[in-house]
Design a protein around this ligand. Structure first.
Ligand code: NOJ
Ligand code: CA
Length: 687
């Protein structure tokens, strides 16, 4: 009879408790999360190794396969036996230099299972071994493969990761397609789980039983990004983005894979209130990062998307010395720290989309005086935010990167927005002989490229905000200068037109893309219809919803994306953008249903103020939240920016009420959201 070993591991105290090594078990091995909510069971039989997950004893993931397949060696998948098991518990807190909260609690039970080939066959790779590590939290789990140094495994080419996910229950899924030309910039599909084809992660679902699950990965380094490919009813397999030669990962033992993660919660807000992805990343490698500066910025940007300015040279060139001074003056006047300047460098003329090799990252256009502007900005307490659009010509960028960051550092730049505008699978890598290879934005080449950028940038005290990036997997913990990224459809789609972002888009993002980390969405468009510039396009929100985005869509850097003249016409509403911080002591999602509505409150890191953002899809809603996050016994002044009674995103988007009321922690706060609307509130202790 098989014996099930259950290791009851209780975690107390601040640091890891001692490691416990157990005898070689005869049957499946299991472990539970600290609060005995989630458990995993690993079973190694002749036909392979599987894991399964349950929650409160009910199955969530049925026995699903584990393993790796190689180009020139037998797969590590079958004929394996458990040789050793270790468990440990960790309960610690660690500080976030910037983020949604000041400290993160990392509380998990870990199960490490060593597996070894036992088959009686001849061959060099007989007897190879590896370890599978599971970390169980109460709100989710991560697991990865660890391949140690050994004679049977040296340099390897991984052709497939065999990790499967067999969901026990049917579900509704929110997802975007993986391995497509437009990278992560698709509108989310909402379909039955069994209509998913291949999805990027995070992919989020709600089961028929009401459980909320999001699958993603953490700490994607020296490996290819994973998509989820459906191979049967409720059954998915890991699908790694390949190199141009078809191999998925080129590596050498010892190595570890990224963590495969599952967030599991009863409610949709429960997904947002989890730190799983950050916890599974390695601690800060950069040491003192006081030079990483969260904050708000404006920039020479929206004018290009409205086509009233150009990146390239000519009569409507945006990045002129004069225009940049105008933006610096505006930033200084209204308290913004940064001015992004796009189109300042040579290479934009002609078809920049297809001529990335022509970009210079050190030669400004003649009508742009970078050094003088650096000084002009510094004198006004502002910094230029740099821009490196590569058009996906990555080797061209890498060749210039060191000089480019050196130049920016010299003129006081602390943040650079990078860009990889190229179709999926068309990143240009050149070898030493100049031969071109096409790579994916989420393949191993780009995972390693982004890390090279972060390391080089850190040498110059520069933070990176990547557009058309690889997805976020929590690496901001290890590299705190990875300050934000795009990686979903942002505001710009509203300027580009059919289709723009429908009202539901920003009600889906918090439960999908945002679970991976901060997004440079660029909120705050006040001229929602831009009838002069692009009469056929518009922003599909109310004005109040543009304000709510600053709280709902977390990023340590937030742009006030509209043209300065549009803000000066609505200084009353602009006040909220001026006030709202971008660095938080605490954050909590209070209400939410995927694609319908969400309410998040956050406490400022540098004052006693709290902020609330709430938004809805194209349905009006009446919500209410208890204000019990406020300090009891203190009266707060609430500055409320809400949809007017006639507001509607389509017919009456500007109708907004700005009012001030007094509240305490004992109050329940009503949130009336118009169709496509939102609400933003600042709570300040009354004197
Ligand atoms: C796409 C980026 O998302 C956008 O912000 C930028 O202006 C253009 N590329 C040009 O780099
Ligand atoms: Ca983009």
């Amino acid at each position: 009879m098989r014996r099930i070993l259950s290791f009851l591991v209780l975690g107390f105290g601040l640091f890891a408790l001692g490691v416990r090594a157990d005898d070689v078990p005869e049957g499946p091995v299991s472990l539970s999360s600290p609060g005995n909510i989630l458990s995993v069971t690993i079973d190694a039989g002749p036909s392979g190794v599987t894991y399964s997950i349950s929650r409160f004893g009910e199955p969530v993931i049925d026995a699903s396969r584990l393993g790796l397949r190689f180009k020139d060696a037998r797969a590590l998948a079958t004929g394996l036996a458990v040789t050793h098991v270790e468990t440990r518990s960790v309960d610690e807190t660690w500080p976030l230099p910037w983020g949604e909260r000041a400290e993160v609690r990392n509380h998990f039970n870990e199960l490490a299972v060593d597996l070894r080939e036992v088959r009686e066959e001849k061959g060099l790779d007989k007897g190879r071994s590896f370890r599978v590590v599971f970390r169980l939290y109460d709100d989710g789990l991560g697991f990865r493969y660890e391949i140690g140094k050994q004679s049977g495994i040296g340099a390897v080419e991984i052709t497939d990761e065999l990790t499967e996910f067999k969901f026990h229950d049917d579900a509704t899924a929110w997802w975007i397609p993986g391995r497509q030309w437009n990278r992560y910039e698709y509108l989310y599909e909402k379909t039955p789980l069994d209509e998913v084809t291949m999805a990027h992660t995070p992919i989020t679902m709600r089961t028929t039983g009401g459980l909320h699950i999001s699958v993603h990965e953490a700490a994607l380094l020296h490996y290819a990004g994973m998509s989820m490919r459906r191979v049967g009813p409720r059954q998915f397999v890991t699908d790694l983005a390949p190199w141009s030669d078809g191999v998925k990962v080129k590596t050498k033992a010892p190595f570890v894979t990224p963590w495969r993660t599952l967030q599991i919660a009863d409610s949709a807000p429960g997904l947002i209130n989890s730190d799983l992805i950050l916890n599974l990343n390695e601690p800060n490698k950069l040491g003192d990062v006081s030079w990483v500066e969260p904050g708000k910025y404006v920039g020479i940007w929206w004018g290009m998307h409205l086509a009233i300015e150009s990146w390239g040279s000519g009569p409507i060139h945006g990045a002129t010395t004069e225009n940049t001074k105008r933006y610096i003056d505006f930033a200084a006047k209204y308290g913004f720290k940064g001015v992004l300047v796009e189109g300042w460098n040579e290479g934009w003329d002609g078809d920049w989309f297809n001529n990335g090799d022509l970009f210079s990252f050190t030669k400004p256009y003649p009508d742009f005086d970078l050094e003088a502007l650096g000084k002009y900005a510094a004198e006004r307490g502002v910094r230029i935010i740099g821009h490196h659009e590569t058009s996906g010509s990555v080797t061209n960028y890498e060749n210039q990167m060191a000089d480019a960051f050196k130049l920016y550092e010299k003129v006081g730049v602390r943040q650079v927005k990078t860009g990889y505008v190229a179709n999926g699978g068309e990143i240009i890598r050149r070898d030493k002989k100049g031969h071109v290879f096409n790579e994916w934005h989420d393949g191993q080449f780009m995972a390693e490229h982004h890390e090279r950028v972060l390391i080089e940038a850190a040498e110059h005290k520069i933070s990176i905000n990547a557009h058309e990036p690889i997805k976020d997997t929590g690496l901001r913990r290890t590299y705190p200068n990875w300050i934000a990224r795009e990686g979903a459809r942002g505001q710009e789609y509203n300027a580009w037109g059919e289709p723009g972002n429908p009202p539901s888009h920003t009600a889906i993002l918090p439960f999908t893309r945002m679970l991976s980390g901060p997004m440079d969405f660029t909120p705050g468009i006040f001229d929602l219809l831009f009838e002069k510039e692009k009469p056929d396009n518009r922003v599909e929100t109310t004005l109040a919803k543009q304000l709510a985005l600053y709280v709902v869509l977390y990023s340590p850097i937030q742009m006030a994306a509209d043209l300065p003249e549009n803000y000066e016409k609505r200084l009353d509403a602009f006040q909220f953008i001026r006030d709202v911080p971008t660095d938080w002591a605490d954050s909590r999602a209070l209400t939410g249903e995927i694609g319908e509505q969400v309410t998040i409150v956050r406490k400022d890191r540098h004052s006693e103020d709290w902020y609330l953002g709430s938004l809805t899809d194209d349905h009006g809603r009446l919500l209410s939240v208890p204000l019990n996050f406020l300090t009891p016994g203190v009266t707060y002044k609430a500055q409320v920016y809400r949809d007017g009674l006639q507001a509607h995103w389509d017919s009456n988007p500007y109708d907004m009420i700005i009012e001030e009321i007094e509240v305490t922690s004992a109050d329940t706060f009503p949130i009336r959201l118009a169709a496509g609307g939102g609400m933003a509130v600042r709570f300040t202790p009354a004197q």
